[in-house]
Design a protein around this ligand. Sequence first.
Ligand SMILES: Cc1cc2nc3c(=O)[nH]c(=O)nc-3n(C[C@H](O)[C@H](O)[C@H](O)COP(=O)(O)O)c2cc1C
Length: 442
Amino acid sequence: MRTPQMHLTMQLVGGTGIEPGAWRRPGVAADGYVNVDAAVRAAKAAERGKFDAVFFADTPAVVDDLSTRSPSWAPLEPVVVLTALARETERIGLVATSSTTFNHAYNVARQFRALDLVSGGRIGWNAVTTGRPQAALNYGAEVPSRGERYAIAEEFIASVMALWGSWPEGALLLDTENGRFADAERIQPVMVRGRHMFSRGPLGLPPSPQGQPVVFQAGGGGNGLALAGLYANGVYNSPFDIPSGAAHWQAVRRAAQAYGRDPDHMTVFNGIVTSVGSTEGEALQRRRELDELGDLESRVQYLGVQIGVPLDMGDLDKPVHKDLLRDAYAHPGDPRAPLALRLAKEGWTVRDVIAHGIIQYHPVAVGAPEQIADMLQHWFESGVGGGFTITPDAADGVEDFVDHVVPILQKRGLFRTEYEGTTLRDHLGIPYQNGLPAAHPA
Ligand SMILES: Cc1cc2nc3c(=O)[nH]c(=O)nc-3n(C[C@H](O)[C@H](O)[C@H](O)COP(=O)(O)O)c2cc1C
């Protein structure tokens, strides 16, 4: 039997990287967030590394302090970016985020099906409920309650899938001899109608080679799990440790089962930020430079909160004083705090504790390629759900991962050396689907 292999999606946050100072790093295009060439370069590199997909998060609003950094969670409009990438790549999957709260199901069904056709069946849709008030204001709306957002999302995704299914496989005839373009009798209105959604259909576009785009789901607690169980094949997660990642993976499997779907058709992608150097020292130096270009001062203060010790920039190049460490504790509200405290107790300077990446949205893998591969292997073999979202610290980290970490994973039999299929469903090992899941109650 073949060693189980991991699945990888690449996320180049904001076109420049996830670290706030990434846009200032020499060698990174400062305008990466509006420069589609940055996305093309990253996608081509990820394809060279045989990644399952590239992934674009999105929030339709300005939520960052633009005086010091490029927008993180709102890249160039994702559907536009994916259209460009579909033309510039051949095999890699392309996943974009689109909101179920501030959109119409027909638009999403049409755009993502069109993308799926343009790309030859390589598209995924990360369906999110968008809880940000700044986004709501852009649509002249308020943020609905959490329960309401997820009730809307449930109907929304069902509507999109029903619209996708309204053009069945084989109904496009293209019979030039007999003048039969399509079997119009099979392409009928679906009349999706719920409390929040109405759409008559049919959708005027046939299925792609994979049927319909793969649905991804991200966050949202119990509500999110139900949504994943009903519709998704990919789930984005951001655990800070293996036990919580493994627990989520089991919960995702149970959710799929509860809705009559195959848990083996689910993949959870756990976010990992990567900082690769040729040695651990070089990787730490890379992070020191990025911290310096970014929000080092606020990180120093935040480290103080994490370990219950007052710190300021004057403490930067000293280990935390042993008198202070006696009373230090890991802040119970931050799952990253125990690592921060451990590093401080090991005697690293404040700058170097921070350089280990203890203040990030995801766990940070910092080190030589072998060390990064070891961490991914350890998490993978500990049952966190099969996949990782590789989120490089800065844009030049995309190629570092592809050229130096991927070959190690491949040598260990943990990652593919070639694409076996042509669609995103092929890469994820899930079957063709066009329309609602067979077990759906609708
Ligand atoms: C890894 C990951 C990626 C996410 N990406 C996005 C995104 O791009 N856009 C978005 O609006 N929400 C995204 N979310 C979902 C929100 O973070 C989610 O709404 C959040 O977990 C709050 O839950 P709630 O919707 O129940 O309030 C993501 C979640 C996770 C875990």
